[in-house]
Every structure is written in C-alpha cells, then in structure tokens.
Design a protein around this ligand. Structure first.
Ligand SMILES: [Zn+2]
Length: 231
C-alpha cells in the first residue's frame, strides 16, 4: 500500500470563480521516526506531493494554499486542469499572488520556505528560494503587530541563515529564541554549535526531538470549573 497518494479534486478560484481540477495529496501521520529537518519541515518523498499543497487557477493564475479554495461537486475529469508548471514554481506564483492580495509577509515567508523544500525534493538548486524566504521572514519578524510563536520563527530564521552560510547572523537569531518557543533547548544549542562550526548542510532531527516538538504528550489543562473548585 502506498503511504502517499495523489488524486485530482475540483475547486473554485476565489478570484475569478473558475471551476478547475487540481491535485490533492493524502499523507501518512507524522511519527517520531518521520524524517524532519532542523528547519522544522517534514521531508516529503516527492516534490509533486508538496506542490499539491498549492492550487493555481488556469484562468487568472492566482495561486495559494489549496485549503483556501472552496471545493466543488463537479468531477475533476469534467473541468479544466490547473496549468502544467514546475513543482517549485507554484510556490513562486503563490508568493506573487500573496503580494498582490495583501497577504502578510509571514504567510509569504512560509510559502517561500515550502518553495525551498519543494526545490530540494525535486533535486533543483535551492539558493534563491532561501534568499526569498529570508527576505520575507525578515520582514515578518520586523513587524511587531502579530502575536504567535515568534520564537519558532526566529529559530527558523536562524536556520535559513545557517543554510545560506550566514553563520554569524544565524547565531544572532538562535540567541533570540526563548522558552515561549516551546523548542527543546538541546535543539537550539545543537544548531548554535553547528553554525559556529560553519556547517550549512541540511540536518535531520533525532526521533526524541521530533516527538518533543510535534507529538507532545497531552497535558491536562485546568478548566474554569476545575480552577473554581480549588479556589
Ligand atoms: Zn482564477
């Protein structure tokens, strides 16, 4: 049985309302033994799987996360296909669509990073994708108006810079990551050492750290009621 599968699905373009067919992937659940790299992405076996996360309209070329397109009941065989395009290039179109539609730089940065991972999964040069990701993520981190796990993105910024060979700046960003990032200190310390050693190679995370970041044990969160009983 194949763990990863692709099939066609039908969606509506949110910009021009064209109904078209685009691939959709089914992926196995992440486990502690899944291949995950230190920039916190899961390694996929085929660039087409990652590219299916983006849908691109064949009429107006608007491209964005597939999840942002409304599903349609018509069979995919009955409607136009999404344009044939290199897997990684879809992410470039999505960054451009994001700029046109006023999407936040953090959203664009995550799309650019997926372009980088997709290019690598397609054995293509990835340097310009790293540069694009760095620009978009730097802009996002310079904006104080969003709250979310900034530490996690500071860490990813450190990773992008390390992968680019900008080791000094990488360490500067790793050092900004605090406990609120909920990232294991062991991982942050390891990446600081790797950057200080001038190592720009992509690196897999050991299973116990994959588990700590992505599969944390469920915690008992006190509800308003349980708090009131103790008061
Ligand atoms: Zn369209």
């Amino acid at each position: 049985m194949k763990l990863y599968t692709l099939r066609q699905t039908t969606v509506v373009c949110p910009q021009c309302e064209l109904v078209f067919a685009t691939p959709i992937a089914k992926m196995p659940k992440l486990t502690r033994n899944s291949a995950v790299e230190t920039d916190l992405h899961r390694v996929l076996p085929d660039a087409a799987i990652r590219a299916s996360l983006i849908a691109m309209c064949p009429e107006c070329v608007y491209a964005w996360w597939l999840s942002g397109f409304t599903p349609h009941f018509i069979l995919p065989e009955m409607v136009a296909d999404s344009p044939p395009i290199d897997n990684a290039k879809k992410f470039g179109h999505a960054v451009l669509s994001g700029r046109k539609s006023g999407a936040h730089s953090l959203d664009r940065a995550i799309i650019a990073l997926n372009g980088y991972w997709c290019a690598r999964e397609d054995f293509q040069p990835a340097q310009k994708w790293l540069e694009l990701s760095a620009r978009e993520l730097y802009e996002a981190l310079s904006d104080d108006s969003w709250h979310g796990n900034r530490g996690r993105y500071q860490f990813i910024m450190g990773e992008i810079l390390r992968l680019m060979g900008e080791f000094h700046d990488a360490v500067r960003f790793y050092n900004l990551v605090d406990r609120r990032s909920v990232l294991p200190k062991e991982l942050i310390d390891h990446q600081i050492v790797q950057a200080k050693n001038g190592d720009s190679t992509p690196t897999l995370i050991p299973p116990h750290i994959v588990e700590a970041i992505f599969l944390p044990k469920p915690q008992v969160i006190p509800t308003a009621e349980s708090m009131a009983v103790g008061a």
